[in-house]
Design a protein around this ligand. Structure first.
Ligand SMILES: [Fe+2]
Length: 379
């Protein structure tokens, strides 16, 4: 099945998924950060996000400031506190900058809240109507792993820039987009022995189904290991891999994350592009740093993945990785952490039929991460 169909049709493609929580897509991802103004500048300059909306003192919000950025279907919200104390400060103090909200776009946020809380989800907030001159939005929220939450957003009666209370953000500084299109998947890191519990949460509370599972034999190097299962909603639009650390001779990258994030949280956001060569060339030029695999990776990669449309040389130059499954192949690359703590990073992915996650690259990739860990003295 082509990527387009999987990503943008609402049709159920995984028969084991339940129908009680239809999700149209990711609505927004909100990060709590120490300095939203500067983070917004970074995501515009480095990643090509566009200015969309703003809330803060000028719009009557007294305790926080939020910048909303967008690139095609990917919407980021960057929020910082304006006062001491409070939940946002506590979140930043504990976790550093990180993802607080993975918001999901639904037709009915009240029903989404009822269906999930009645199946055991802990409420973050009850269905709430917000209104302004552009219409109304209904939102509700539930807790997931760590201090991360899902907010359900019902916006069919809303025409404004983002949400009631936000004003359109017109900026004089508008670096061009880099071809990022939509969120392909978002990965959560959870603590030792917690992967199954959270996969069951997504199955039972949200009706997701398990696509694949990787154990420490798939995902281990000489030194470190992790385990992973991928949960998806029925349409395949929302995919949440869940990782947990596994025992190795040295410290798992997941354990390093948990140590610095002080608990479970979002590890990476994978964003899709239609032209990874152009996107990554742009990102590199704008200062985004990527993990590097050694050049020998390219010596036999075509023996492993077979024929591909692209020339190998530019892929090698940009250090883009290749993998194949039964349905096709994919091209992917991973940034270094984009925050001070070694926590969250981005994956850039171009799918050419393949619906998997790059299992064939795990070893080369994790060895690259270990070299970074070694430099951080956290291996
Ligand atoms: Fe990924």
């Amino acid at each position: 099945m082509a990527t387009e169909n999987v990503t943008y049709s609402g049709e159920k493609i995984f028969k084991d998924a339940q129908d009680f929580l239809p999700i149209n897509g990711t609505d927004y991802v909100e990060l709590y950060v120490g300095n939203a103004k500067q983070s917004a500048h970074f995501y515009k300059t480095a990643f090509g996000f566009q200015s969309v909306a703003y809330a803060g003192l000028e719009t009557g919000v007294k305790d926080r400031v939020s910048y909303v950025l967008q690139q095609d279907k990917i919407r980021l919200v960057l929020t910082s506190p304006l006062k001491q104390d409070g939940d946002i400060n506590a979140h930043i103090n504990k976790h550093g900058d990180g993802v607080k909200v993975v918001a999901l776009w639904v037709e009915d946020a009240t029903k989404a809240w009822e269906e999930t809380t009645s199946r055991g989800a802990k409420s973050y907030f009850e269905p709430t109507v917000e209104e302004d001159e552009y219409g109304k939005v209904v939102r509700s929220g539930i807790h997931t792993y760590g201090e991360t939450v899902h907010v359900f957003v019902e916006r069919k009666e809303y025409k404004g820039a983002f949400l009631p209370g936000f004003k359109e953000w017109k900026s004089d500084y508008n670096p061009s987009e880099v071809g990022l299109r939509y969120i392909d998947h978002m990965v959560g890191n959870v603590g030792w022995g917690e992967m199954n519990k959270w996969c069951e949460f997504y199955a039972k509370v949200m009706g997701f189904t398990q696509l694949v599972s990787f154990d420490d034999k798939d995902i281990s190097t000489e030194y470190t290991a992790l385990m992973s299962k991928v949960m998806s909603n029925g349409s395949g639009r929302i995919k949440f891999p869940i990782n947990e650390p596994a025992e190795g001779r040295k410290k798992s990258q997941i354990e390093e994350y948990i140590d610095f994030y002080n608990g479970a949280g979002v590890q990476h956001i994978a964003v899709a592009t239609n032209n990874i060569l152009e996107t990554v060339a742009q990102l590199r030029e704008r200062g985004v740093e990527f993990l590097r695999v050694p050049e020998v990776y390219y010596d036999d990669v075509l023996d492993r993945v077979g024929e591909i449309d692209e020339d190998l040389e530019p892929l090698k130059e940009l250090n883009i990785l290749i993998d194949r499954d039964d349905e096709g192949y994919l091209l992917q690359i991973f940034t270094k952490p984009v925050l001070d703590r070694p926590t969250m990073f981005f994956e850039i992915i171009q799918r050419k039929g393949a619906q998997s996650f790059g299992k064939g690259n795990f070893k080369a990739l994790f060895e690259a991460i270990e070299r970074e860990q070694e430099a951080r003295q956290t291996l």
